[in-house]
Every structure is written in structure tokens, then in C-alpha cells.
Design a protein around this ligand. Structure first.
Ligand SMILES: Cc1ncc(COP(=O)(O)O)c(C=O)c1O
Length: 400
């Protein structure tokens, strides 16, 4: 029989989650990931406004075909970690391609960005070092820091006075590291990297940027938030994911100074003790970077900017309060937790798939619906979403 004490604890925990609206129900998609998807208990397709498919590459025919060819040529799985017998020429090709794309010295692949962040600090820093981390950083960064013996300090993610103060107070530590998300995913807000770089230079701190919500589409060439702020050569390490704009499958990486990457190949535990990325995923990711660095990539980024501006402007004109910015993550601020969950559910009934976020994922009284725009949304699809927001927003008295 399952342990009765643990069962009770879990049952109570689940009931609490159901009562406070944080219990997660997964919708089952029966089609490929795209701007329009099918889910299993709905006849009509839904317009998808909640995936990280920023450039629409998740179902791109050339990526699928590259992935299939690689499966034929290189097999299904590697059955090994990288350093035993799990490194094929395409793993090295992808690492080189990422380094070229980001203009860094070297890159190391992980099975996810969660793993990359988890393996960042454990064997890089020790007692006497300090990690100064932005308050809204991703859970994987927080966990990565927990695994390190370095001192941890949190600064308010957008407050440069606070960061400056923390750096001054950390002056006696041996190594100082500042780590920030390039884009804060609940806010759709870019970290002010130009200012962060200046502070890091002034205080001789290393800077690590997790650019998961920017790689491929922020910056003129899609090289991310450092490109957007023209500070590319000032970033010590990037971490990012292959699971969002770069084809959306799975995988992550750390890119930057060769000596640090070499150190990670020898010491980073999620790299050393976990299987290699499968060849079909690697080949798909290579193709996604080829597309991102081509004319097609330029066009997709233009579409994404145009779609994002269109949605942001029209929602504001209709009276919605949105977080200002340029990012395709657009939080529609509603405040009330129940309204945000209920509105998202009503929007789903109108064929618009969006998600409401409430405490503890976002601060109390800042509940919101997070909309994510893609380059492959048509203006017609975006208008359908806006019209549904207007209809339902009026029902709840959010707009007049
Ligand atoms: C900022 C950030 N870092 C890391 C991750 C984890 O990426 P992955 O899905 O590759 O593990 C995410 C994904 O949500 C993210 O948003």
C-alpha cells in the first residue's frame, strides 16, 4: 500500500492547489505545434497564442526533413554521454554554428537550458565567490545557484541602483558574477543589458545572460538581447534553449569564453552524467539556425515585429492595460486572479488559446493573461484574438 502519511500530504496539497486555482490541467494537442492547433476534446481548431514558437519554426518542413535525414544517417539515439561515445560530427557542427551565430569562442550543448543553468555554478564557483541574481530569473537559474557554495544575492531585476549597491557591497568577494534573464518571461521585458554591462565592467564582475526568450528573434540578426543593446562582445556567457525560437524541440547550451566552456566539458554534472542529444534533434537545430541566418529568417523577424506592434497597439486602443515593451510576450494586466483564470477559459471557448497567470507565478494582485505572438500568425488571426478579448473584456468590466 502506498505510504498513508505521504498520500495524505499529497492529497491535501492537491486540494489546496485546486482551491486556490493553481492546479494545472494539461490540454492535449492532437496536431503539430503551430498558430492553429487542435485539441482532443474540441471539434474546432484553436488559435494558439501561448507557445514559444516565436518564428513559427516548430513545424517547418525543412527542419522536419533535416531531422528525418539525420535519423537515417546517424540513427535514433546515442546511448551514451558525450565524453564516452556520444559525440558525433553533427554535435560539434551545432556547437560551432551556435558560436558563429553568437560570435562567441565556444559552445557546449546540454539536453535543455534547465540543465545548462543547473550545471553553471556548481563546479565553477565556491565559497568566497558571489552570485548576484536578478529577482525574476528563471527557476533553473535559481536551482543552479542553489547547487553552488557561492554566496547568493538577489537584486530587483530592473533596478540598476540596487544592482550597483549589491556590487559595491560585494567588493571583497573573490569572483563576482551577475546573472540575468535577457527577457523576463512573465513581463515580456528586456533586461537593461547596456546598463548592466557598464556596472559589471566598473566592478569587474562576470556577466551571464540567459537569452532563452530572445535567441533567434531579438536584435536585428536575431542574436538576442545583447545584440539589441549592442553589447555582444561584453557578455561572458550566454545560456539559452533550442526549445523555443530555434525549432522548439529540446536542448540547451552555454556559449562564451573557450576556457570556461572547456571547464564545463570536464566538470558540469548535467553534461557529464546525462545522455547526448539525439541526432535528429541536433540536425533540426542546425537547420533552424540556417533558416534564422537566411533571408527567410530576416523576413520572419520582420513579420514578428509587425505582428507584435499590431497586437500591442490595437489592444491598447481598445483600453486594455498591457505591459509596455517590444517583446512578443504581451501580458494583459487584469489584477484579479479569478478574473484572469476565468477570462482565459472564456477565450478558449471563443477559440483563442491563452493562459492566465496568477500568484505565486506573478506577484499578488498582478494576475494577467500572457499572450505570445508568433511570426506565423496572420493579421486576420490576430484580429480574431483581439475581437474575442474585447468581447470578453467587456463582459468582465475590464474595458468599456
Ligand atoms: C529564461 C529561461 N531559462 C531556461 C528555460 C528552460 O529551458 P528548457 O526548456 O530548454 O529547459 C526557460 C524555459 O521556460 C526559460 O524561459
Amino acid at each position: 500500500m502506498f505510504h498513508p502519511i505521504l498520500k495524505n500530504i499529497l492529497d491535501e496539497g492537491i486540494i489546496e492547489k485546486k482551491n486556490n486555482g493553481t492546479y494545472k490541467v494539461e490540454r492535449i494537442i492532437t496536431s503539430p505545434q503551430s498558430s492553429q492547433i487542435n485539441i482532443n476534446n474540441k471539434k474546432e481548431p484553436l488559435l494558439n497564442f501561448c507557445s514559444n514558437n516565436y518564428l513559427g519554426l516548430s513545424n517547418h518542413p525543412e527542419i522536419i526533413s533535416a531531422s528525418k535525414l539525420a535519423m537515417d544517417k546517424y540513427g535514433f539515439g546515442m546511448s551514451s554521454v558525450r565524453f564516452i561515445c556520444g559525440t558525433q560530427n553533427i554535435h560539434k557542427e551545432l556547437e560551432n554554428k551556435i558560436s558563429q551565430f553568437l560570435q562567441t569562442e565556444d559552445t557546449i550543448l546540454f539536453n535543455s537550458c534547465f540543465d545548462a543553468n543547473g550545471g553553471l555554478f556548481q563546479n565553477l564557483l565556491s565559497e568566497g565567490d558571489v552570485i548576484i541574481s536578478a529577482s525574476l530569473n528563471h527557476a533553473s537559474i535559481i536551482d543552479g545557484i542553489r547547487l553552488s557554495r557561492a554566496k547568493k544575492i538577489v537584486y530587483r531585476y530592473d533596478d540598476m541602483n540596487d544592482l550597483s549597491k549589491q556590487l559595491i557591497e560585494s567588493k571583497n568577494y573573490r569572483i563576482k558574477v551577475v546573472i540575468t534573464d535577457g527577457v523576463f518571461s512573465m513581463e515580456g521585458e528586456l533586461a537593461p543589458l547596456d546598463k548592466i554591462v557598464s556596472l559589471c565592467e566598473k566592478h569587474q564582475a562576470l556577466l551571464i545572460v540567459d537569452d532563452s526568450h530572445a535567441t533567434g528573434f531579438i536584435g536585428e540578426n536575431g542574436q538576442g538581447t545583447p545584440e539589441y543593446f549592442s553589447v555582444q562582445n561584453k557578455i561572458d556567457l550566454y545560456t539559452s534553449t533550442l526549445g523555443k525560437a530555434l525549432g522548439g524541440a529540446i536542448g540547451g547550451y552555454i556559449s562564451g569564453h573557450r576556457s570556461i566552456i572547456d571547464w564545463f566539458r570536464n566538470t558540469s554534472r548535467p553534461y557529464l552524467f546525462s545522455n547526448s542529444l539525439s541526432p535528429s534533434l541536433v540536425a533540426g537545430a542546425i537547420k533552424s539556425i540556417d533558416i534564422i541566418t537566411s533571408q527567410e529568417g530576416n523576413q520572419l523577424r520582420k513579420n514578428l515585429i509587425s505582428n507584435t506592434n499590431y497586437f500591442r497597439n490595437k489592444m491598447k486602443k481598445n483600453g486594455f492595460q498591457i505591459k509596455e515593451g517590444i517583446h512578443p510576450i504581451v501580458p494583459i494586466m487584469l489584477g484579479d486572479e479569478k478574473i484572469s483564470i476565468q477570462m482565459a477559459s472564456d477565450l478558449l471557448s471563443e477559440g483563442i488559446y491563452v493562459i492566465g497567470f496568477s500568484y505565486p507565478v506573478v506577484p499578488k494582485n498582478e494576475a494577467r493573461i500572457r499572450v505570445q505572438i508568433s511570426a506565423i500568425h496572420t493579421k486576420y488571426q490576430i484580429d480574431l484574438a483581439i475581437n474575442a478579448f474585447v468581447k470578453i473584456g467587456k463582459n468582465y468590466g475590464i474595458i468599456k
